[in-house]
Design a protein around this ligand. Structure first.
Ligand code: UDP
Length: 476
């Protein structure tokens, strides 16, 4: 393989850490398995590249992967038709659209130095599929979310035609894939950007979903054995996961977590985190603090400054001392049992640690895969995007997580938190069942990545397709 001439690919993502880290990690696996490939990752930027991405790039160290950050788009320019501020999901899509001229330039200059064989794009940046057609290149979507979410993406144009009114008003679960008995998803479980069909965010998403038909295939960060029925009911879908961050974080924040875990007993600690930017309201933050206090279990909690909007920190919130927002004397009262860190923690190292026995998660897809790879059972606390669907998959489909119920005002109360934490962490029948099933999934995840595993094979199929077409072109 080393003697084959290098084949160049470009991978385009969006200005959001978790998507960038995922496509970089995927590129790493690609060039490790197929050493004659070279990947240039191109990232549109809002204001400045995310700091965790810069840290991550430093830890990646591969001479076969290069990264280009496109000239930044100013966040305050990412407004709607009326000049009003827009939610993060819209900002991301507007930033991608406005970066298209510089993206085209970057691709063209890449092609001059060494012709590209294929483009790979994040689903939220899929204008790239049109560029690929212009340049006569193969194109793939790297889908850093579940196959279930991909099925929604691919079927939204049909649902949009067939269903009138808002999805949340539907009485029955939505049949996302016709004739496929996947887990029942209610209209209310759909992402918030689909909840108002007159909104700009709905319009933008629908355009993106329609454009998916231009792709030659979908590389999905999932495991065949985990989402078999969904995957087999879709076409040109290649399950290539789980792609999760390897290596340790180089960032200084959150250090001390591993040292603290070292002092705890096996499986005794509940890890609590809401991803790279999830936030709780002040009332909810307090309730969670009291719930953790009440449950009597050990915990490691990444606290972020409260906000009324659950994804307000998604595009960065700067350095914050979040601990001042905790109930008074909380830290003092729980110091024997809990470690609280502000804003960011080395999540993969925490999940890999033998002292970690549970994960209270916002159900971001990367967090879920990381938990599965480490065999850590979960509690679901979905906040935004497709996280409610992910929570349904975990609790009702795979049965590897317990669900936290909110009251009629949408608040998860301390008694509920305490009860569910104890059912998960203590030796209950429910907890044991979940531990057994997540152990099985952990084994599936490891097998899928072995040399003859389902994900390795699926990736090779895609690479073969790219290489064959490339050779044909070169010999013409
Ligand atoms: N992450 C981390 N430390 C934190 C919070 C998040 O390392 O304190 C990483 C986490 O390991 C995961 C990513 O950030 O890889 C979050 O991705 P996910 O899809 O779970 O959620 P999102 O950030 O997109 O909401």
């Amino acid at each position: 393989d080393h003697r084959k001439p290098t084949i160049h690919l470009a991978a385009i993502s969006i200005p959001a850490f978790s998507h960038q880290a995922s496509i970089l990690q995927f590129s790493k696996r690609l060039v490790q398995l197929h050493p004659y490939l070279h990947v240039t990752c191109i990232f549109p930027t809002i204001d400045a590249p995310p700091e965790p991405t810069i840290d991550f790039l430093q830890s990646l160290s591969s001479s076969s992967i290069h990264c280009i950050f496109l000239p930044p788009i100013a966040k305050h320019d990412l407004v709607d038709h009326h000049g009003n501020a827009t939610p993060p999901a819209v900002q991301i899509q507007l930033a991608v659209s406005r970066s298209l001229p510089s993206l085209r330039d970057a691709l063209k200059s890449l092609c001059i130095s060494s012709p590209l064989a294929a483009l790979i794009t994040d689903p939220w940046a899929n204008e790239v599929l049109e560029v690929a057609k212009e340049l006569h290149l193969l194109s793939f979507v790297y889908f850093p979310l579940s196959a279930m979410t991909l099925s929604l993406f691919l079927n939204l144009p049909r649902l949009d035609r067939e269903i009138s009114g808002e999805y949340r008003d539907l009485k029955d679960p939505i049949e996302i894939i016709p004739g496929c008995s996947t887990i029942p998803i209610n209209g209310l479980d759909l992402p918030e950007h689909l909840q108002d069909r007159t909104s700009l965010s709905y319009e933008l998403i629908l355009q993106r979903c329609k454009r998916c038909s231009l792709a030659d295939g979908f590389l999905v960060n999932t495991i065949f054995e985990m989402e078999q029925s969904t995957i087999t009911s879709l076409q040109n879908v290649f399950p290539i996961g789980p792609i999760v961050q390897s290596g340790s974080s180089s960032s200084g924040t959150g250090s001390g977590c591993v040292e603290w875990l070292e002092k705890q007993t096996p499986r005794s600690v509940l890890y609590v985190s809401f991803g790279s930017g999830g936030t709780l309201s002040e009332e909810q933050l307090n309730e969670l603090a009291f719930g953790l206090e009440l449950c009597g279990q050990k915990f490691l909690w990444v606290v972020r400054k409260p906000s009324e909007s659950a994804n307000s920190a998604y595009l960065g919130d700067g350095e914050q001392d979040s601990l001042q927002f905790l109930p008074s004397e909380f830290l003092e009262r729980t110091k024997e049992r809990g470690l609280v860190v502000s804003s960011w923690a080395p999540q993969n190292e925490i999940l890999r640690h033998s002292s970690t026995g549970g994960f209270l998660t916002h159900c971001g897809w990367n967090s879920i895969l990381e938990s599965i790879v480490c065999g850590v059972p979960m509690m679901t606390w979905p906040l935004f995007a497709e996280q409610k669907m992910n929570a349904v998959l975990l609790t009702e489909g795979l049965k590897v997580a317990l669900r936290l119920k909110a009251n009629e005002r949408g608040i998860v109360e301390k008694e509920e938190i305490s009860k569910v934490v104890r059912s998960l962490m203590e030796e209950t029948e429910e907890g044991d069942g979940i531990r057994r099933r997540i152990g099985e999934l952990k084994r599936d995840a490891a097998s899928a990545l072995k040399q003859d595993g389902s994900s390795t094979k699926a990736l090779s199929q895609v690479v073969d397709q790219i290489v064959t077409l490339w050779r044909q072109r070169q010999s013409n």
